[in-house]
Ligand binder design. Structure first.
Ligand SMILES: *[C@@H]1O[C@H](CO)[C@@H](O)[C@H](O)[C@H]1NC(C)=O
Ligand SMILES: *[C@@H]1O[C@H](CO)[C@@H](O)[C@H](O)[C@H]1NC(C)=O
Ligand SMILES: *[C@@H]1O[C@H](CO)[C@@H](O)[C@H](O)[C@H]1NC(C)=O
Ligand SMILES: *[C@@H]1O[C@H](CO)[C@@H](O)[C@H](O)[C@H]1NC(C)=O
Ligand SMILES: *[C@@H]1O[C@H](CO)[C@@H](O)[C@H](O)[C@H]1NC(C)=O
Ligand SMILES: *[C@@H]1O[C@H](CO)[C@@H](O)[C@H](O)[C@H]1NC(C)=O
Ligand SMILES: *[C@@H]1O[C@H](CO)[C@@H](O)[C@H](O)[C@H]1NC(C)=O
Ligand SMILES: *[C@@H]1O[C@H](CO)[C@@H](O)[C@H](O)[C@H]1NC(C)=O
Ligand SMILES: *[C@@H]1O[C@H](CO)[C@@H](O)[C@H](O)[C@H]1NC(C)=O
Length: 252
């Protein structure tokens, strides 16, 4: 029994010491985005044209591009190696080991998730705007997200100086909670697009919602009808409340 273990240990050591860097796999699309697809590529060019097998932990999932779970994995063989696409990724696809095998060579690595490589975009957002003169207050009530984003307001192409306050709780892997942002525009807030953009994991920007602001020259009647029209033409699923304060009318 011990001898077998020792032999296995030696095989593993040899693989790690010498042969393991013959082939290797890399992740093609980072960050991981919950519910989307991710592709790994096993580069076997160092060992010539070989058929490749992919293993998750100890389960063979793809063999010579034939998938054993076709609703979850697809792949294809090309000259330099083999790709593995995991569809609709979730927690259970991550924090685990994937191995690619080609001929006698193998490469094993753990796919770890952390706050910079894994993102779950908000499942639902309840957004309330309060635009008063050049001041903007946006309240976001968000269900299921990761990590906690840094949100800003943009007026057309200008990024506005934004303050963020948040109150979130972790439920399982994901956050739920409330983010309030306040910003002040240097220019009058009219005739343009006001967008809330949130950055997840230090590099991934997601436009949460855009509000089209009416021209300041429009008359009071027109402003009201524009607001009305905007509410009618809303296409996304976010619930929206819009509060126009007296001061905005006074400015007009
Ligand atoms: C994921 O891959 C499947 C099959 O290739 C495709 O139908 C689906 O549109 C992809 N989903 C995304 C979000 O790219
Ligand atoms: C595979 O690795 C070789 C050598 O490192 C490299 O030249 C080649 O571009 C890689 N192929 C792909 C598809 O990444
Ligand atoms: C994606 O996976 C989740 C479970 O993680 C499942 O509830 C959902 O229906 C799947 N979506 C698609 C399009 O397969
Ligand atoms: C993944 O592993 C990291 C570090 O071990 C841990 O903090 C995290 O909670 C794990 N995530 C999941 C989904 O298991
Ligand atoms: C997160 O994981 C990636 C590898 O997927 C690694 O390059 C990065 O350094 C990790 N970041 C943190 C903050 O641990
Ligand atoms: C909107 O914000 C202003 C401060 O900028 C505040 O005075 C006003 O009460 C707020 N309106 C609502 C409906 O919260
Ligand atoms: C956001 O604003 C709402 C309404 O003013 C308040 O109830 C909530 O506590 C605020 N959240 C944070 C994190 O400050
Ligand atoms: C505002 O957004 C709309 C649609 O998203 C776009 O067509 C328009 O050009 C934008 N306007 C400005 C001033 O950026
Ligand atoms: C508003 O009217 C003034 C004067 O008629 C004009 O110069 C200005 O360009 C108009 N502003 C917009 C946003 O249309």
């Amino acid at each position: 029994m011990n001898r077998i273990l020792v032999i296995l240990y030696c095989l593993k050591t040899v693989a790690l010491a010498g042969l393991s860097n013959k082939i290797y796999w890399t992740i093609e699309d980072l960050p991981f985005i919950y519910g989307r697809n991710v592709t790994f590529f096993c580069n076997t060019s160092a060992v010539g044209l070989q058929k490749t097998t992919w293993i998750k932990q100890s389960d063979v999932i793809l063999h010579q591009s034939l998938s054993f779970y076709s609703d979850k994995y697809t792949g294809k063989e090309v000259n330099d190696g083999s790709s593995l696409t995991i569809k609709n990724i979730s927690e259970s696809d991550l924090n685990t080991t994937y191995t690619c095998l080609s001929d006698v060579y193998s490469y094993e690595a753990v796919v770890m998730i952390n706050s910079s490589n894994f993102i779950c975009l908000p499942q639902s957002i309840d957004i309330t705007w309060n635009i008063s003169g050049r001041n903007i207050i946006v309240q976001l009530n968000i269900e299921r997200f990761f990590p906690v984003p840094k949100c800003r307001t943009m007026f057309n192409d200008d990024i506005l100086n934004t303050n963020q306050q948040e109150l979130n709780y972790l439920q399982g892997e994901f956050f739920h909670g409330n983010i309030n942002i306040t910003s002040k525009s240097a220019a009058d807030l009219c005739g343009g697009n006001l967008t809330v953009v949130c950055m997840f994991g230090g590099s991934y920007n997601d436009a949460i919602e855009t509000k089209i602001l009416q021209d300041c020259n429009a008359s009071h009647e027109e402003v009201q009808s524009l607001n009305f029209k905007e509410a009618d033409t809303k296409t996304n699923s976010h619930q929206d409340k819009y509060e126009v304060t007296e001061s905005q009318y006074l400015q007009i």
